[in-house]
Write a protein that binds this ligand. Structure first.
Ligand SMILES: CC(C)(COP(=O)(O)OP(=O)(O)OC[C@H]1O[C@@H](n2cnc3c(N)ncnc32)[C@H](O)[C@@H]1OP(=O)(O)O)[C@@H](O)C(=O)NCCC(=O)NCCS
Length: 163
């Protein structure tokens, strides 16, 4: 059973580095968006699992905007941090930075991904509360609360359409 004592986001902060190889690129030499999303999902999943202390599954991906192209040979730095928790869900902010050897790190995109902690039967389980002790995390938490309302409205709409 996971320990449900409140946890600071620094404890689950996850950093991942990838190198863009030929198998990651399209005919134009830029990285497939789907490949970047899979890296985002992995980094966010590790972050969520670290916070929850148990398995967590992806339940929602917010809009993702690819601001800068990521090219063959680029280093991709991915940073994932918990910015909100509900009872069983966690919203993870993921920032992606591209880098060339000797060059600056440039912000390529940001994604918000929601995970739900589950037990061995796939049923949602409670996650530890989030310790928020600074203005940046406080601001993120407040913005996440607004996104959660919008997201759940959309989720209900999708559920009704597909039923
Ligand atoms: C995630 C899953 C276990 C949730 O089950 P559920 O029956 O909807 O559970 P609940 O209604 O109790 O909701 C659980 C939490 O998920 C949140 N949630 C459910 N659907 C959501 C959605 N579309 N977007 C955001 N959050 C959602 C709820 O708000 C709730 O959060 P809270 O406990 O913090 O308030 C279930 O939908 C599932 O198994 N989905 C498939 C996951 C998957 O296969 N992912 C891809 C591979 S990892």
């Amino acid at each position: 059973m996971p320990d449900n004592a409140a946890r600071h986001p620094n404890l689950s902060h996850t950093v991942m580095t990838e190198l863009v190889l030929p198998q990651h690129t399209n005919a134009y030499g830029t990285c497939f968006g789907g490949t970047i999303l899979s890296w985002v999902d992995i980094a966010a999943g590790v972050c969520a699992g670290r916070h929850a202390g148990t398995t967590a599954v992806t339940v929602a991906f917010d809009d993702v905007h690819f601001i800068l192209p990521i090219r063959l040979g680029d280093i991709v730095n991915i940073s994932a941090r918990v910015c909100h928790v509900g009872r069983t869900s966690m919203e993870i902010r993921v920032d992606v930075w591209r880098e060339r050897y000797g060059g600056p790190r440039e912000h390529a995109n940001t994604a918000y991904v929601v995970f739900v902690a589950v037990d061995s039967d796939g049923k949602p389980v409670a996650v530890p509360p989030l310790i928020i002790d600074n203005d940046v995390d406080r601001g993120s938490f407040a913005e996440s609360s607004e996104r959660r309302v919008v997201r759940m409205t959309k989720a209900q709409r999708v559920g009704k359409t597909e039923a």
